[in-house]
Design a binder for this molecule. Structure first.
Ligand SMILES: [Fe+2]
Ligand SMILES: [Fe+2]
Length: 191
């Protein structure tokens, strides 16, 4: 497998999902609180995509492509920045899911840290503003992150690793996907 092609294909799949979030953010900006019931399914879906597809994608980069690059350029270069941005994205995903849970449990708010982080109370502030801010942050982060990988990091990987190095990374990615599929199958079987 061509590892860069594979990662680009995954970016495209994830961005297809994010198109719904872009539309939801526009709807929120136009209609405010009235839009919230309509966009909740989109937000739940995005929360799920960030916990599954996006998280696996990021972990795959961290476990296969980045180590191969780091053997050449060290660990303190651009891959360190990408790892940090992955953490930021995971954090935003967690915040989105926590906020959605909180909305359902607003009479028993359990997530004080989330409240503080948002500096909002869903009950007082109105959920449209909270979701508009969160959606905007997620879209900004993911747009910037994918742009940097596609324009800078991936071309750099192609230059650094050459055909043989890329083939090795491709094999590691195939093994990663297989292990991930097995793990998912076990999880489903446990249910
Ligand atoms: Fe990434
Ligand atoms: Fe990526």
């Amino acid at each position: 497998m061509d590892p860069i092609r594979h990662l680009l294909d995954e970016h495209a799949l994830i961005m297809n999902e994010m198109a719904a979030l872009r539309a939801a953010a526009e709807d929120l900006a136009a209609r405010g609180d009235d839009a919230v019931p309509d966009i909740l399914p989109v937000l739940r879906r995005i929360g799920e995509v960030m916990e599954t597809r996006l998280e696996w994608h990021a972990r795959k980069e961290e476990d296969t492509l980045f180590p191969a690059m780091e053997r050449v350029i060290g660990v303190e270069g651009p891959t360190a920045v990408m790892r940090m941005e992955h953490e930021d994205l995971h954090g935003q995903g967690r915040l989105l899911r926590a906020t959605l849970r909180e909305l359902n449990e607003v009479e028993h708010p359990r997530i004080e840290a989330t409240r503080e982080q948002l500096r909002w109370s869903l009950a007082e502030g109105g959920s449209a503003d909270v979701f508009r801010e969160l959606s905007g942050q997620i879209l900004q982060l993911i747009d910037m992150h994918f742009y940097k990988e596609e324009q800078i990091l991936f071309p750099m990987a192609e230059r650094l690793l050459g055909r043989a190095g890329l083939d090795e990374v491709g094999a590691a990615m195939a093994a990663f996907d297989e292990a991930e599929t097995d793990a998912r199958r076990c999880l489903t079987a446990d249910r």
